[in-house]
Ligand binder design. Structure first.
Ligand code: SF4
Ligand code: SF4
Length: 224
């Protein structure tokens, strides 16, 4: 289980600035349970985007957006609507957004922040990982998480140690995450996004929310 919280609409509209046609994806897994990406939230988002002057070319709610095969199979049935969109808005956790970005070949925006749960989570089969940082930055990195794809969790580009083969200096069996981000942004025609400087992460957002820490479920998790 990954807990997500919808980003403020103003932030989402900022991501969509300059784009007119949007395809919305929801998730019937953790995002539905979090109340951030089930069908009701997708329909609310559709209405909000249309009010803001966007055209929603289509929408879909996939059982688990973190499963790339499921996402691909849904895209097949919605090929026209997806093709007509400038970008995809994924209403789900950081893993789901990364999975959609990996298979869509489209600019993919995160509609949610993934919140830390302090240990309560399931497992998924894909290679995408989310550190539940509470303030998702995937919009600026082509849908690849710099916190998990880079060994040093760097936010402002590669460390300078990338090998000639494009591997990570920390573990040469790993691709350099920032090389992958560069290549993805280049493919999407969004290299200008690399010019934006990230402020240091607010680590207080990486703590489980206070409401959760006081819950019965949390107490059970802690063996109390
Ligand atoms: S930036 Fe990375 S760690 Fe933070 S919510 Fe997004 S996917 Fe998760
Ligand atoms: S080589 Fe790349 S992935 Fe490894 S720490 Fe440096 S920037 Fe991060």
């Amino acid at each position: 289980m990954l807990l997500s919280q919808q980003k403020p609409l103003e932030e989402i509209l900022r991501f969509l600035d300059g784009e007119k046609n949007i395809f919305i994806l929801g998730c019937n897994g953790c995002a539905e349970a979090s109340g951030t990406g089930g069908k009701p939230q997708v329909l609310e988002m559709k209405e909000a985007l249309e009010k803001a002057g966007k055209k929603v070319t289509g929408f879909s709610v996939v059982d688990l957006l973190c499963q790339k095969a499921l996402v691909q199979s849904r895209f097949r049935g919605k090929a026209k609507e997806v093709k007509a969109a400038d970008s995809i808005l994924a209403m789900t956790c950081g893993v789901g957004v990364q999975a959609v970005a990996a298979v869509s070949n489209k600019v993919t925006h995160p509609a949610c922040n993934t919140l830390p749960l302090g240990g309560m989570r399931g497992e998924w089969q894909g290679s995408e990982r989310c550190q539940e940082c509470g303030d998702c930055v995937l919009d600026l990195t082509g849908g690849i998480c710099p916190l998990t794809a880079c060994s040093k969790s760097l936010l402002n580009g590669a460390c300078g140690g990338t090998t000639k083969e494009g591997k990570c200096e920390v573990d040469q069996e790993m691709e350099c995450g920032w090389r992958l981000i560069y290549e993805r942004l280049e493919k999407l025609g969004q290299l200008e996004k690399l010019r934006q400087i990230y402020e240091p992460k607010d680590h207080s957002k990486m703590m489980p929310p206070k409401g959760l820490r006081l819950s019965e479920r949390w107490a059970l998790e802690q063996g109390k």
